[in-house]
Design a protein around this ligand. Sequence first.
Ligand SMILES: [Zn+2]
Ligand SMILES: [Zn+2]
Length: 332
Amino acid sequence: MNLSTSSMLIILSMFSFISAANIHAEEKTLSFEVTEVAPNLYMLKGINGSTGGNLGLSVGDDGVILIDDSMSSSLGIMNDAIKSITEHSIDFLINTHVHGDHIGNNEYFGKAGSWIIAHKNLRRHLLDKGVQVQSGMAPAPKNSLPVITFNHSMNIHLNGYDAFLFHTPKAHTDGDAVIHFKDVNVIHSGDTLFNGIFPYIDIDGGGSLRGFIAAQERLLSLSDDQTKIIPGHGPLANKADIKSSLAMLKDSRNTIEQLIDAGKTEDEIVDVNPLAPYHSKWNWGFITTEKMTRQVYKGIVKDREYSKQHKMKHEKHMNEMKHTHDHSGKGV
Ligand SMILES: [Zn+2]
Ligand SMILES: [Zn+2]
């Protein structure tokens, strides 16, 4: 090796060191990545750390619609990302559900004059339970509350698109909203879809395993091979991603159901590690394989309790009907 070759190697390795250092520095900067999923319709996703749930943004002549508004700590970088797309303020803010990583800046946008839209249960939760602050729960500020709520579904006609909002009962929470931009084949699923990672199902917040699976069945029924789905968490999704999530969920449910029927307790099931085949792909910091196992276990137990109560209510109702009928039939 002559001197010039070795100097070149040193320079080259210095370059690669510097560029690696630069990449490293960039990696550390928390920011939003903007993807145009259809004309004037964007997905905003936090990169290099957690900013909260993925956002949707529709811009156009009629106004600006923001879907979810991240964690309060992400406000500055979120506004920078929005300003890179539009200088206009947000006219409508849709909340997909009540969790703080999706509605952390409601008060800011409410004060600024945005109309907040959500499922009616989300507003009720904010009024009943308040919002999470560092010291615990605090009453929800007036400006953070949705001013337009819906029960089953509603439509927004803006910017040349029809946005169809619908509720998926007892899914990730009891107040989930999915937004379907039918004309451009885009769906914002909120947290009814975690793409490629184990999902969180907020059973204490009114979610259920059965409802969560039903919500994904509905997403699947609305999708074709070109559909783009902005998931609550994870990268932009397609129909194959929903299928793979559903297959994982149904298989996890079946496997754990069999263990419950064989008489195993929650801890014994965790010891068996029935979701081991999914660990390398789906496990992540917030929902580990163990947490997913416990969550599916609880989900099955709750679903069974609910079915039993429902069946008892139905039988009681049928008996009452029969009784009334027997009596009323006597005189005829
Ligand atoms: Zn979330
Ligand atoms: Zn959530």
